[in-house]
Design a protein around this ligand. Structure first.
Ligand SMILES: *Cc1c(COP(=O)(O)O)cnc(C)c1O
Length: 445
């Protein structure tokens, strides 16, 4: 049934045209006449196929993927086990709606999420289509379970593009500008951002808690929602102790602690979840991106008493936990276990971290190298300051793209370069990508 799972793509970056090539340019011109201008594209090479960490465009360029479609294809492209599982499922049935007539794979994904997320307490899970939808549902559940309304979020946070999640997201351009009015009862407090605020984790937590207490009142807060490592906001890793202090305070106050692990979760940082690095046990965890090897699936996993507090029929959706996406998640989770990809993520941290840190010695524009596992970044600054240098980030991304490497920028000020390679990237591929990145940084310095 599966036509080909043999290697067809090769393992090396190979640029054969100027990028984007002529065929990509032709499609891109059509795109402008067909696709909303609101949907932009970073690197307009049109993709034909992909395998492992290599993406092949319609002009035959072999591009090295250091972004995984924004932390989604953590297991790499075209994993045979995933192709097999998805192909078989498509042939069996593509949809029944879990709320109409259910199927086992949905239950299995929930069992896996209940087991993999932090804590040994009784848990339940509900499945959705996208990260934003998972976050919205986590907020719905927290409000319903606590009978409170306020939601506390953090500076630089990103939680999605729907109305509620725009309100939860920090950055105006491009996510929010002109799209209001936004959902009410959302309060933003400072994130622990060691490079910029110089505070210890305990100090930063005390500072945030003081603001919540004085401006919102703990007894009004349904949930504190936080990315344990911020994604779009700049790969901000909070100071040690910040997350444990927040988690402790929320549990004392009857506030639901929601970890948005949509970008940082699912093995990306070398543990299943980024909160695992500090032993924090959230009341609820949202997952999406790396969960299902590129298929659109998201989850909310939480304490059974919270997840079950909602009235019957209060949660759901037409496609949530679609069978094709569910078997993809199961195949992806098994693949990660079989290949020991969590350990690989930790190895990638060592390789990327030491490479970028030695690069930082030679140039003046790298303010900080940070991250965990295969979620690494460098914050670019104007030399001798901590002021953001977005122009350098832009130039670096462009240089990488011109040389057939996908690198992504992020950060409230657009001055952070983030690396999110698939965990199956080989040492040789990674060395090649880091060499191009190094040239790019030197050229921008
Ligand atoms: C991407 C992301 C979301 C939104 O996910 P979508 O699937 O794009 O809706 C929410 N939270 C975090 C932390 C994310 O990185």
């Amino acid at each position: 049934m599966v036509t080909s799972i043999e290697p067809t793509v090769g393992t090396e970056r190979k640029v054969v045209t100027a990028l984007p090539g002529p065929k990509s340019q032709e499609i891109h011109a059509r795109r402008k006449g067909a696709v909303s201008a609101g949907v932009t594209v970073g690197f307009p090479v049109y993709i034909d196929r992909a395998q492992g960490a290599i993406i092949v465009d319609v002009d035959g360029n072999h591009i090295l993927d250091m972004g995984s479609g924004i932390a989604v294809t953590t297991i790499g492209h075209a994993v045979p086990e995933l192709i097999q599982a998805v192909s078989e499922q498509v042939a069996q049935f593509t949809h029944t709606c879990f709320m109409v007539t259910p199927y086992e794979s949905y239950v299995q994904v929930c069992e896996e999420l209940n087991a993999l997320t932090p804590g040994t307490h009784e848990k339940r899970t509900a499945l959705f289509n996208s990260g934003a939808e998972a976050v919205e549902n986590a907020v719905k559940i927290a409000r319903h379970a606590t009978g409170r309304e306020a939601i506390v979020v953090f500076e630089h946070a990103y939680h999605g593009r729907t109305n509620l999640t725009m309100a939860l997201t920090s950055k105006n351009m491009p996510y929010k500008d002109g799209f209001g009015p936004f959902a009410p009862e959302v309060y933003r407090v400072p994130m622990s951002y060691p490079f910029q605020d110089g505070r210890s984790g305990a100090e930063a937590a005390a500072h945030a808690i003081k603001q919540i207490e004085s401006q919102v009142g703990a007894k009004n807060v349904a949930a504190v929602l936080i990315e344990p490592i911020q994604g779009e906001g700049g790969f901000v890793v909070p100071a040690e102790g910040f997350l444990p202090a927040l988690s402790k305070w929320t549990s004392e106050q009857g506030i639901v602690f929601i970890a948005d692990e949509i970008q940082s979760g699912f093995g990306r940082t070398g543990k299943w979840f980024a909160v695992d690095h500090e032993g924090v046990v959230p009341d609820m965890v949202t997952t999406a991106k790396g969960l299902a090897g590129g298929m659109p699936l998201a989850g909310v996993t939480g304490r059974a008493e919270l997840m079950n507090a909602v009235h019957e029929g209060g949660l759901g959706g037409t496609y949530g936990g679609n069978p094709v996406t569910a078997v993809a998640a199961l195949a992806s989770i098994n693949f990660m276990r079989d290949r020991n990809l969590l350990a690989r993520a930790a190895e990638l941290e060592t390789i990327i971290g030491s490479n970028l840190r030695s690069l930082a010695q030679d140039v003046t524009i790298i303010g900080e190298v940070r991250g965990r596992g295969a979620m690494m970044a460098m914050e670019l600054v104007e030399p001798g300051t901590k002021n953001p240098n977005a122009a350098a980030a832009k130039a670096i991304v462009k240089y990488c793209n011109d040389h057939g490497v996908i690198a992504l920028a992020c950060g409230t000020y657009g001055n952070v370069i983030r690396l999110l390679p698939p965990l199956v990237i080989t040492d040789a591929q990674l060395a090649d990508g880091l060499a191009v990145l190094g040239e790019a940084v030197r050229a921008a310095n």
